[in-house]
Design a protein around this ligand. Structure first.
Ligand code: NDP
Length: 482
């Protein structure tokens, strides 16, 4: 059993108390026990980070690039081992866990190179004899608060650019996935970095998370999680003018038109809806289906959904792991009951499964004949539940796709370039997928949403520089040379 501790000011520290990390595939398997930080640990971490940051920013580009590259390569080399740990504590299937850790490594190697590409600009001045330089420098200490559903990848796509551009980090991971957080921290702790540059503070969101978000000496705060928590954090940050980046909820539509390849569309819908047990911010939780092919598509969708093998995340051949926790499972089952009471037709799944292992299993659920304003089609469920909403024509499909407060990803299955193009333009979302699942993105391009899904600058790719740096404009009058 693992004993995970906080990493504060360059030292591993015990905590106020300890919590157990339980495998959702088999609740008799205790992954480890993990120290919970005290509020004073946050204070110490931020104080140490402030001085370490100055040293780090002065260390030079190649030193930073080398550290990030080493972290990334180790994550990739150990993706099987660390992916297994991730799957064991979070419940995603082993290939998904391994893939996530490998991807996390790619974030680090990508940003290792980006550290070298933090190029500024120069401009002519409107005043004679004056040169203008526009440079990007670090913010200082950045607080990172991350969710459990991508415990390594989400943290990495924040930590890597933060360090690449010369910042120090204090990280509060989700309480339910501490083992992955400790594993990533252990790798970072062995690098040639100033003491205190990187800090791990585990603990509940409402105490330790809030303490970090309210700290007076952080200059940036990047958060991924629910909208309710995000808006509370935004209020804390706004009161102290802390730079803010929030990635939050979603209700992603996947539109299937009558000219689509229906086999492929059904495959994409099932991948999008049930990958990661539906616990993805990019999950296809609404399937908007054009009437002429409605029945044919639904038949394929149901057949593929019923064929999914649900089971222990580490077992070979399992296609959908358990739900992350007993609370999440109970909330999911409540949504199934709600959908039925709202008049949607439960065509398959939606019940808890009693399997060989004692885990939080449920059968992937498909509702039919949904209407857009049902709560199951407006609220993020974060569950292996999707709902088919029929659409009479293309314009109605576009309207329905945009008919939620969210806007993270949106997908369409069509062979028509004209329809795909119109959908791309009309979609009120941050990412649009054409003949691809709503889940699944690259690491070198911007990621994020609009409306209630995101707030602040985009994450990932070249866009990350906008959040993790601040711009300085210098005016230089050299005078006459002698
Ligand atoms: P939460 O908002 O509950 O938690 C996210 C993080 O915030 C956790 O580390 C949590 O700690 C912490 N936290 C909770 N309360 C507070 C608080 N008052 N102050 C500071 N920090 C706090 O979300 P989940 O972890 O349940 O993650 C699921 C959510 O994340 C979904 O809504 C999903 O859409 C969203 N998400 C969005 C993504 C995107 O890119 N748009 C990507 C992935 C997920 P603790 O674990 O201790 O509660």
């Amino acid at each position: 059993m693992l004993n995970g501790r906080n990493f504060v000011a360059g030292e591993w520290r015990d905590g106020a108390d300890w919590v157990e990390d339980i495998n959702p595939s088999d609740v008799t398997d205790i992954v480890g026990r993990f120290a919970q930080a005290r509020p004073s640990d946050i204070h110490d971490a931020v104080a140490a980070a402030q001085s370490a940051q100055r040293e780090w920013a002065a260390a030079g580009l190649e030193a930073r690039a080398a550290v990030l590259d080493a972290i990334g390569r180790e994550l990739m080399a150990r993706s099987k081992e660390l992916g297994e740990l991730l799957s064991r504590e979070e419940g995603k299937t082993l290939p998904e866990g391994v893939g996530e850790v490998y991807r996390a490594g790619q974030f680090f190697t990508y940003f290792a190179a980006e550290a070298l590409r933090n190029l500024g600009a120069s401009a002519d001045s409107v005043r004679a004899g004056v040169d203008v330089l526009i440079e990007r420098g670090p913010l200082g200490v950045v607080a990172i608060i991350s969710p459990w559903n991508f415990p390594v990848a989400t943290a990495s796509w924040k930590i890597a650019p933060a360090l690449a551009f010369g910042n120090a980090v204090v990280w509060k991971p989700a309480s339910i996935t501490p083992a992955s957080a400790c594993a990533l921290t252990e790798i970072i702790s062995r690098q040639a970095i100033p003491k205190g540059l990187f800090n791990l503070t585990m603990g509940s969101g409402s105490t330790i998370g809030r303490e970090l978000a309210a700290n007076a000496d952080i200059q940036g705060l990047s958060f991924t999680g629910s909208g309710a928590v995000g808006s509370g954090i935004a209020a804390l940050a706004a009161a102290r003018f802390v730079k803010l980046q929030l990635e939050m909820g979603s209700k992603n539509p996947f539109v299937v038109m009558d000219d689509a390849d229906l086999d492929r569309a059904a495959e994409l819908a099932v991948n999008g809806a049930f990958g990661g047990t539906g616990q993805k911010c990019t999950a296809s939780s609404r399937l908007i289906v054009h009437q002429p092919i409605h029945d044919a598509f639904v038949e394929k969708l149901l057949a593929k959904t019923r064929a999914l093998k649900v089971g222990h995340a580490l077992e070979a051949g399992v296609q959908m792991g358990p739900v992350v926790s007993a609370e999440q499972l109970s909330a999911n089952l409540d949504y199934v009951t709600l959908g039925i009471s709202e008049g949607a037709e439960l065509a398959t799944g939606g019940e808890a499964l009693d399997l060989a292992h004692n885990g939080h299993y449920m059968a992937p659920a498909v509702f039919l004949n949904g209407r857009s304003r049902m709560r199951i089609n407006q609220e993020e469920m974060f569950a292996p539940i999707t709902c088919v909403i029929p659409a009479d024509d293309f314009d109605e499909a576009i309207f329905l796709a945009n008919d939620t407060p969210y806007g993270l990803t949106a997908g369409i299955a069509t062979r028509s370039l004209a329809r795909a193009t119109k959908f791309r333009h009309a979609s009120r979302s941050g990412c649009v997928m054409v003949n691809l699942a709503t889940a699944g993105t690259d690491y070198h391009v911007p990621f994020g949403g609009v409306r209630a899904s995101s707030y602040g600058p985009r994450e990932q790719g070249r866009s990350a520089v906008e959040f993790y740096t601040q711009v300085k404009t210098s005016y230089i009058h050299a005078g006459a040379a002698e």
